[in-house]
Design a protein around this ligand. Structure first.
Ligand SMILES: [Zn+2]
Ligand SMILES: [Zn+2]
Ligand SMILES: [Zn+2]
Ligand SMILES: [Zn+2]
Ligand SMILES: [Zn+2]
Length: 231
C-alpha cells in the first residue's frame, strides 16, 4: 500500500483516485453497442452477458451457434449453414439438381448413358459416386487428362491414367506426373511412362518431370531413372 493511502483509499468505483489501486467491485458497467458484452468504463474489464437467441443466431450481437437452425432442406434460412442432406432435387436432363443450393446428384446407371462430354467432365471431376461411370465415357484425351489431374476421387483419376496409358498419350501422362493433384496418381502416370517410353524419350521426360513435379516421391523416382539413363 502506498503511503498516500495509509488512512484508506479514496475509491471512485473500482479505482482509487489517489494511488491508482484497483478493486473488483464498484465497476461502472456499460453494454457495448451491438455486442453481448458489458465493459467497465473505468478499468476496461469485460464480461459476456446472455445472448438473445433466435434459433441459431443472437439477435443482439449476431453470433451464430450450431443449434436451433431453421432448415429449409439443405440450408439454414437464418445463417445459411449447409448440410449435404435433404436437398430438394429436381430432374433436369439426366441429372438431379437441388433447387436450394444448386448441388448436382447423379444416378450411376443414368450416367452410363450420357454422351455430353462437358457434362461427363463435370461429373468425373465431382466427388459424386457416379464419377466412376462418367470417366469411362469421356473420349477426348485432353479431357481424360483433366480428370487424371483434378478428379476429387483418386480412383477416378486412376481410371483416367489407365485410359491415357492405353491410348499411349505420352505428353498427357507427363502432365499428370507433373501436375496431378494426388501424389499416388502422379506416381502411377510416371510408372506408365516408364513402361511405354523408349529409353531416350524416358530420359528427356524424366529430366523435365524431376524439375517440375510438385510431388517428392515422383521427383525422387524421376531423378533416379534419369541418372541411370544418363550414364
Ligand atoms: Zn489508494
Ligand atoms: Zn472497473
Ligand atoms: Zn449475443
Ligand atoms: Zn442456422
Ligand atoms: Zn441442396
Amino acid at each position: 500500500m502506498s503511503l498516500k493511502c495509509l488512512f484508506g483509499h479514496q475509491w471512485s468505483g473500482c479505482k482509487c483516485g489517489k494511488c491508482g489501486k484497483m478493486r473488483n467491485e464498484g465497476h461502472n458497467w456499460t453494454v457495448l453497442e451491438g455486442k453481448c458484452t458489458k465493459k467497465c468504463s473505468i478499468c476496461g474489464k469485460e464480461y459476456t452477458i446472455e445472448h438473445k437467441w433466435n434459433g441459431c443466431k443472437c439477435e443482439k450481437c449476431g453470433l451464430i451457434r450450431d443449434e436451433g437452425h431453421k432448415w429449409n432442406g439443405c440450408t439454414c434460412m437464418i445463417c445459411k449453414q449447409y448440410r449435404d442432406e435433404n436437398h430438394k432435387l429436381k430432374l433436369e436432363n439426366q441429372i438431379k439438381r437441388c433447387e436450394i443450393c444448386g448441388i448436382v446428384k447423379y444416378d450411376f446407371d443414368a450416367v452410363k448413358q450420357i454422351t455430353d462430354q462437358k457434362l461427363l467432365l463435370e461429373i468425373a471431376l465431382s466427388s459424386d459416386n457416379a464419377a466412376r461411370a462418367a470417366v469411362q465415357n469421356i473420349r477426348e484425351p485432353d479431357e481424360i487428362a483433366k480428370v487424371a489431374i483434378s478428379a476429387k476421387i483418386s480412383d477416378v483419376a486412376y481410371l483416367a491414367v489407365l485410359k491415357l496409358n492405353s491410348l499411349r498419350c505420352f505428353d498427357l501422362l507427363e502432365d499428370v506426373a507433373t501436375e496431378g493433384q494426388h501424389e499416388s496418381i502422379s506416381k502411377s502416370a510416371y510408372g506408365c511412362l516408364k513402361q511405354i517410353s523408349n529409353e531416350n524419350a524416358l530420359k528427356i521426360r524424366s529430366e523435365r518431370i524431376k524439375k517440375a513435379t510438385k510431388h517428392a516421391s515422383v521427383r525422387e523416382e524421376a531423378s533416379r531413372v534419369f541418372s541411370l539413363l544418363n550414364t
